[in-house]
Ligand binder design. Structure first.
Ligand code: PNS
Length: 163
């Protein structure tokens, strides 16, 4: 059985992530979406919130599961019996950021990283840009799966006196 782990911060999950997960689900028997934390990024959403939003977005995909991964990604891959990490690439900037991680992960346990080129229709979508657009009052509903926009807006809203 072929198992791929699709890792990311998913802060929040976007239609770009979803495209990679959907295409991965056609390539592998099982895809496990690993919601992890990037050491250099302070997430807007909690780990539980990020997991919940990804779970809702992949609910129609029977061979996709979602897990919170608080530790090392390669340890999670070993635990799941996954030999492949699946990642989307939107362009050269992504490649430059992803390559050292792919090398490091392979150094640690031999796990391979497979890059899927992002679909051109969604390659402008990044979680960081989604948050920036929302922060400035822009429309993000057509960039993220259902239910995500409302939570992002709630987290970005300044606290009221009662909070
Ligand atoms: O969506 P992102 O922020 O590009 O995802 C990066 C992520 C979360 C996959 C990466 O930071 C990660 O793997 N974190 C888990 C801890 C880990 O294994 N670190 C070593 C990476 S080589």
């Amino acid at each position: 059985m072929s198992i791929a782990v699709c890792p990311g911060s998913f802060d929040p999950v976007t239609l770009g992530h979803l495209d990679v997960i959907r295409r991965g689900a056609r390539l592998f028997d099982e895809v496990v979406v690993a919601v992890a934390t990037h050491a250099g990024k302070a997430p807007l959403l909690t780990l539980d919130e990020r997991v919940g939003l990804v779970e809702a977005a992949v609910a129609d995909l029977p061979n996709v599961r979602v897990a919170a991964v608080p530790g090392l990604l390669v340890d999670f891959c070993a635990q799941e019996g996954a030999t492949v990490l699946l990642k989307g690439l939107r362009g050269g900037g992504d490649y430059d950021a992803e390559l050292p991680m792919a090398w490091m992960n392979r150094h640690l346990t031999g796990v391979e990283t497979l890059f899927l080129p992002a679909d051109r229709e969604v390659s402008h979508i990044a979680s960081s840009l989604v948050k920036d657009v929302a922060r400035h009052g822009g429309r993000i509903e057509d960039l993220v799966p259902a239910g995500v926009a409302a939570l992002v807006r709630a987290r970005l809203a300044p606290p009221t006196d009662g909070d």
